[in-house]
Design a protein around this ligand. Structure first.
Ligand code: ADE
Length: 260
């Protein structure tokens, strides 16, 4: 069972999101065990201060290192564990990062607040900093929930269908094709006929081509990581898409070389 420890000054923040859907089921099934720790409980002084003004001046408040370190120290360690600080300064979170995290026995997620966390805590007590995107949130709590959700889906048994995580967008550098359900006609719009054909090979081909077209249009940068089988190359060539895909891959490669 994976163990997740959340360190936050807003422990109530997590109650509802961690009590619904797949995460709730995974907790009930003892696939994931999540504990929430209130950093404020480890603030020594009478006023339970967890933040203070920055040395050197400047806007806002900084989280004090002692309550964070004391709270972290109180977390029992289990197996291979990783201390992750959620912060916009971190390494960008991705599906690949989620897979790496899913391999640990324990994730300790520290939610920063205010303008930041005292650097002595982040540099000496934290294994890595993780950012969920290039925008600034009011705190790490929402980011921690994003990480937990993405990791939880990857734990064996967390999803109903064993391979549905593998077919999700990004597990193979392609965006997911469109999905349809009943009714067959909605506001005059029909479901693509092939999906009603019962021909599984034709359906798989149609979905693959849809995924490639969507990725070309929206996220050509993803295509540089795409590995194609012989049959897939043949199918793309037949549909007149192979040249476009190869060109997008070439452009992406050059962009990566320039930025390196
Ligand atoms: N805390 C504030 N903004 C954040 C972000 N983008 N990712 C992770 N933690 C954050």
């Amino acid at each position: 069972m994976m163990r997740v420890d959340l360190l936050s000054i807003f422990p109530d923040f997590f109650t509802s999101p961690l009590g619904e859907g797949i995460i709730r089921r995974a907790r009930q099934a003892q696939i994931i065990d999540i504990a929430i720790h209130n950093i404020r409980d480890h603030a020594g002084d009478r006023h339970q201060m967890t933040d203070d003004r920055p040395y050197g001046g400047g806007e806002g408040m900084v989280m004090k290192p002692e309550p964070l370190a004391a709270c972290l120290k109180a977390v029992p360690r289990r197996g291979r564990s990783r201390v992750i600080l959620l912060s916009p300064r971190g390494v960008p979170f991705s599906q690949q990062q989620a897979r790496l995290y899913a391999d640990y026995d324990q994730l300790i997620l520290v939610c920063g607040r205010y303008e930041g966390v005292d650097e002595r805590f982040s540099s000496h007590h934290v294994d890595e900093e993780c950012s969920i995107g290039d925008y600034v949130l009011s705190g790490g709590e929402l980011a921690a929930l994003v990480v937990i959700d993405a990791v939880c889906r990857l734990l064996p048994g967390a999803l109903g269908c064993a391979d549905s995580a593998e077919r999700d967008s990004f597990s193979r550098s392609l965006l997911k094709h469109g999905q349809y359900t009943r009714p067959p006609v909605f506001e005059g719009l029909e479901v693509p006929a092939v999906l009603l054909s019962g021909d599984h090979l034709a359906i798989a081909r149609h979905r693959f081509l849809e995924s490639v077209r969507l990725t070309l249009a929206r996220r050509p940068d993803l295509l540089s990581g795409l590995e194609l089988s012989k049959a897939e190359r043949a199918l793309l060539a037949q549909e007149g898409l192979l040249a476009q895909v190869e060109q997008a891959r070439q452009e992406q490669k050059q962009a990566l070389e320039i930025s390196a």
